[in-house]
Design a protein around this ligand. Sequence first.
Ligand SMILES: NC(=O)CCC(=O)C(=O)O
Length: 270
Amino acid sequence: MRASLIQIAADQDEPVDSRRARVASLVREQRGADLVVLPELWPTGAFAYESFADEAEPVDGPTLAALAPAARDAGVFLHGGSFVERVPEGPEGEALYNTSLVISPEGRLVRTYRKIHRFGFDKGEATLMAAGSEITTVAAAGAVLGLATCYDLRFPELFRGLVDAGADVLVVPAGWPERRRAHWTLLARARAVENQSYVLACGTAGAHAGVPQAGHSIAVDPWGEVLAEAGADEEVLTVDLDLTEVARTRERFPALKDRRLGLRPPDPPA
Ligand SMILES: NC(=O)CCC(=O)C(=O)O
């Protein structure tokens, strides 16, 4: 599988529609890839909280309208990163989600994933967005992609759930800040090693809302080796994955089979 990770900046000086057009044209340039991945919340910027409500859109809104024909023209599976999804009706009224799109080479939306772990503790995304609750995989380009978004990378149990659901390539769009870049690289490698899976983690470049971004999109193999890593600036990172390596790694070093589920919890302190 040839994968291209498009690490773009979500600069607030660039109008969102211009960025959509620019991203669509970058996707079209990836003809020959099997899978193209975009970062988290690239239309708005992951930390541009003030713009979330204004830029929120339904799943079939302008982001999908820009990306679907681009995926079709390039003939690629496209993980469209994520955007702010507005859901007008629900038990508690309107809600916003941090939602990812996966589009087929025919330009058809084949999967959505709503970010499960919201970042910000008692502010930002954690207060503005609702949390997804579904572990989500999708068959694409000869692999089973396990979908996660940014802060999700810190929660290994989600990734175990994805592997249990058959994932062999874990795809993580992100808007990860420069300040915690060491965690980004470490966690991407840890998720690959412990799950004996490829990890494709695509971050943003530049800075938005005053938060410098780490960039350093990264592709890691099931043994934890870094196959390719971007710099800090805008860049397309292209990498070839040998998907048979997942089964080979799991056979030669079958640690996943040694899991001990259902261990007895400790007795409460006396
Ligand atoms: N957008 C995010 O989820 C940011 C996550 C982050 O900064 C961190 O986990 O650290």
